[in-house]
Design a protein around this ligand. Structure first.
Ligand SMILES: [Zn+2]
Length: 245
């Protein structure tokens, strides 16, 4: 559904024009832009185990940022579009990820949690989801993951990416999503009271917060790859060029 929303210059945009423009797009887009807490909907597909639970949450939003009037309108239109589109959504990944890739993700997450949270802290369980709509582009002839989403549910970290990417680029995207939870708190503390805004056109503090969150992850992962997986540094350099940093 979100891949049908032309968000323009917005880091959260996964828009693909070839998917067409159903009638609900205009109303949903307007509601999306008007709601302060809209970013929750970028990960809402990962938060619930079944569709009924998702629909119940949209009927009575449990998220503070969506409890105002604009948030209510957005959730209502989102639910209606969901009913109309009935999208394939995210599916549990089949064992299509190369074992070396999973091993590397696990080793890098273990190093991250050890270094950021303390010697004896093991990373929480990881569930990987294949969400083709999150997409990839092509860079130097390689399919490079462009977006990911991550949430915590029941103590496990759920990460959605488009698994149909070149494996080393996929590694970089998964590690990026896995790192946010560790680097975000310090950045958010510097921007107290500011709501994150991924729309470049918004300017201001919200977008500055978004840029700072991304920058912190990109720099942290640079050090992570340098220290623990230098063989993928070249792949990481290719991946991070997308961020222009
Ligand atoms: Zn990010």
């Amino acid at each position: 559904m979100l891949a049908r929303l032309p968000l323009g210059a917005d880091a959260a945009s996964i828009y693909r024009a070839e998917l067409g423009r159903p009638a609900w797009v205009e109303g949903l887009l307007a509601a999306y832009c008007a709601a302060r807490g809209r970013l929750v909907l970028q990960v809402v597909g990962l938060l619930f185990d079944d569709r009924a639970a998702l629909e119940a949450a949209l009927a009575e939003p449990p998220w503070a940022g969506l409890r105002d009037e604009a948030g209510g309108v957005l959730c209502e239109r989102f639910a209606r579009a969901l009913a109309e589109l009935s999208p394939p959504g995210c599916a549990l990944a089949e064992p299509r990820v190369a074992p070396w890739l999973l091993d590397t993700v696990c080793a890098l997450r273990a190093a991250l949690w050890r270094e950021e949270r303390g010697a004896s802290i093991a990373p929480p369980p990881l569930l990987l989801f294949h969400a083709p709509s999150l997409g990839h582009d092509h860079h130097d002839g390689r399919a490079r993951a462009t977006h990911g989403r991550a949430v915590f549910v029941g103590g496990a970290q759920r990460i959605a990416v488009d698994l149909d990417c070149e494996p080393e680029q996929l590694l970089c995207q998964i590690v990026h999503e896995a790192t946010h939870v560790l680097t975000d708190p310090a950045v958010r503390a510097r921007f107290e009271g500011v709501a994150q805004d991924t729309a470049a056109t918004a300017g201001g503090d919200g977008f500055a917060l978004h840029r700072a969150l991304e920058r912190a992850v990109v720099d942290r992962d640079q050090r992570l790859f340098e220290t623990h997986a230098p063989r993928y540094l070249e792949a990481y350099a290719r991946w991070r060029r997308r961020y222009g940093v």
